[in-house]
Design a protein around this ligand. Structure first.
Ligand SMILES: *[C@@H]1O[C@H](CO)[C@@H](O)[C@H](O)[C@H]1NC(C)=O
Length: 326
């Protein structure tokens, strides 16, 4: 084999090395030209196509959906994916792990730890139980809820009323539906306070439908911010409510700079989401119908637009919170 290889005709070898050298030189020249051309081409390509493509996307975003801060991440929490409890006397949806519902993906969001959408049958309720180290507020949607506590408060809460209890070092209370005919529908919300050992505190305030119509009304506000009319609480949490007519929009201005955890929750008009129609809102490219919620990660300063696109007014809550304190 080796003898055969060494006996190859010389001219062929010379021709081979001649062509190899020439091809190599030509290859280098071609490579240089290709690189030069392609970098020009790249620049031309990027200015001719990439930038208008980005502009086109931005235009699409603003024309087919609501205006949102550039880096907004939305993760929908569909109504039926929530934890559900049907105990007969109590029919409830849990946005976050609660009682016998546990899902490690839905434990809390910022200081927000509980959103339960509760319906309590006539003549039943939550007997006396204790709480500590939580900020607890009930947003009454329909019916009447009797609230009685160890601080001596006894009230019949009706639609529009928000009952806030800062449990602090500890309270005992009961929540009861004394009505003999109608169920009570309310959202109970818990948030973690930014200070432990607070003195227990109680406050109830009414926010009328008229006030909320086609507006965002600040219901809860951190004691670190000033908001006339809102109920103050010891957490980086603002909560607005709105009743938005079809076709109308509202704009929420993020309440602080830096990373914000925003949560939207559309309130249900019945026990299940209507198969068609009903209340709907759009945030960015995401549509939320009755009972749906959305986790929104965004950074302030910035604005979030919410538009009502259903066939009836959408009642919803909008939270704007700081990242969870570790
Ligand atoms: C409020 O409750 C009453 C009595 O249960 C019911 O007839 C009515 O449809 C409810 N309204 C809404 C908006 O859920």
């Amino acid at each position: 084999m080796a003898a055969d290889a060494s006996s190859e005709p010389q001219p062929t070898a010379t021709a081979n090395s001649y062509f190899t050298t020439k091809t190599f030189t030509a290859f280098i020249a071609l490579l240089a030209i290709t690189l030069a051309f392609s970098s020009t081409f790249r620049n031309t390509f990027s200015s001719a196509f990439s930038k208008p493509a980005v502009r086109a996307m931005t235009m699409t975003t603003t024309s087919t959906s609501t205006s949102v801060p550039a880096a907004m991440k939305i993760n929908k929490r569909p109504w039926a994916a929530r934890g559900k409890a049907d105990h007969g006397w109590l029919y409830s949806f849990h946005t976050f792990s609660f009682a016998s519902y546990y899902d490690p993906r839905h434990e809390s969001f910022g200081p927000l730890r509980v959103i339960n959408e509760d319906r309590v049958k006539p003549g039943t309720g939550f007997g006396t139980h204790s709480h500590a180290e939580f900020l607890i507020f009930s947003y009454i949607v329909n019916g009447t809820l009797e609230h009685k506590d160890s601080m001596g408060n006894l009230e019949n809460l009706k639609r529009g009323e928000v009952q806030f209890t800062s449990a602090g070092t500890g309270i005992r209370h009961s929540e009861y539906n004394r009505n003999t005919d109608d169920e009570v529908h309310f959202l109970q919300i818990w948030a973690k306070p930014n200070k432990r050992g607070l003195k227990p505190h109680y406050k109830t305030k009414k926010f009328s439908d008229e006030e909320k119509t086609d507006k965002l009304v600040r219901i809860m506000e951190s004691t670190d911010r000033v908001s006339k009319g809102a109920i103050p609480l010891q957490a980086d949490l603002s909560m607005d409510a709105s009743i938005l007519a079809p076709g109308k929009s509202v704009t929420h201005e993020l309440v602080a700079e830096g990373p914000r955890k925003v949560f939207a929750q559309v309130i249900m008009s019945g026990r299940t989401q209507p198969k068609e129609g009903g209340a709907k809102i759009v945030i960015g490219d995401t549509t939320l119908a009755e009972g749906d919620g959305a986790y929104i990660d965004v950074s302030g300063p910035g604005k979030i637009e919410l538009k009502s696109v259903g066939d009836k007014p959408a009642e919803f809550l909008l939270f704007d919170m700081g990242p969870e304190e570790k």
